[in-house]
Write a protein that binds this ligand. Structure first.
Ligand code: HEM
Length: 219
């Protein structure tokens, strides 16, 4: 008998590794979307860039409110979340920089769908919010590099790109602390599945937002 045939399959216990693995293909799709590529190459028109930020603004506002509420009731969330991770403040600052802070209802279906996912999660399975958050916080890994062509293209310094590059050289430390705390927290199998599914929804939602900007270019 082949000894390897009966060996138990290796299981991945790290939630962060599972998140990365589970969303690898979705990341590849998000990253290769024409809007993302244009951003990374400094070719996106300023109006489209600002529209993208406007689309994300209500999403992050809802997500941050949900995360703050979760941290008050769930010790694991409290240990994972830290003030600098809340990304709506960076978006608000960038939108202010462009004179475009908006508070009215979003028009783009992709945004409406994400908002509905987030509010359903808050009611039914709040732990899912950590899965949504993983995606947007994780996007700062590429964001800090994308910020460079954005700065160049639009003649910006910090203001206007703080959502993409909120922490400068501190990004690896802040992302590392999040990863460490996520892996240190204990989640049941059901909760883990919920977090993985939420990460998937957020990736799809952001890709749909990118998609909606192509013909419409406005939120
Ligand atoms: C041109 C667009 C993009 C580029 C160039 C890019 C690039 C990167 C890079 C270099 C990393 C670090 C990979 C590693 O350490 O193994 C990363 C991680 C990540 N990115 Fe992106 N990215 C882009 C778009 C996005 C978008 C749109 C999202 C969200 C919808 C996203 C979400 C993430 C996440 C969640 C991670 C963390 C993966 C993990 O370590 O678990 N990225 N990205």
């Amino acid at each position: 008998m082949n000894a390897h045939a009966s060996a138990p399959k290796a299981t991945v216990s790290s939630l962060m590794l599972r998140l990365k693995e589970h969303t690898r293909q979705l990341h590849a799709e998000a990253e290769s979307h024409p809007i993302q590529r244009a951003m990374a190459q400094g070719r996106l028109p300023l109006e489209s860039y600002v529209s993208y930020l406007e689309c994300l603004w209500p999403v992050h506002r809802a997500l941050d409110a949900g995360l703050a509420a979760l941290a008050e009731t769930d010790d694991r969330a409290e240990s994972i979340l830290s003030p600098e991770q809340y990304q709506s403040a960076y978006l608000r600052d960038d939108l202010r920089h462009f004179g475009r802070e908006k508070t009215d209802a979003p028009a783009v279906p992709a945004v409406v769908e994400l908002l509905s996912d987030i509010s359903a999660a808050r009611v039914d399975r709040p732990i899912a919010l950590l899965g949504f958050h993983y995606v947007t916080l994780g996007s700062t890994n590429g964001g800090r590099f994308i910020a460079k062509p954005l700065r160049r293209a639009f003649g910006l310094e910090k203001a206007g790109v703080s959502y993409f590059d909120p922490w400068g050289e501190d990004q690896p430390r802040i992302w590392g602390a999040f990863k460490h705390a996520m892996d240190a927290a204990r989640f049941s199998a059901d909760e883990t599945d919920t977090i993985l599914a939420a990460a998937e929804s957020m990736f799809r939602g952001i890709t749909r937002i990118s998609e909606s900007l192509r013909p419409v270019d406005a939120c």
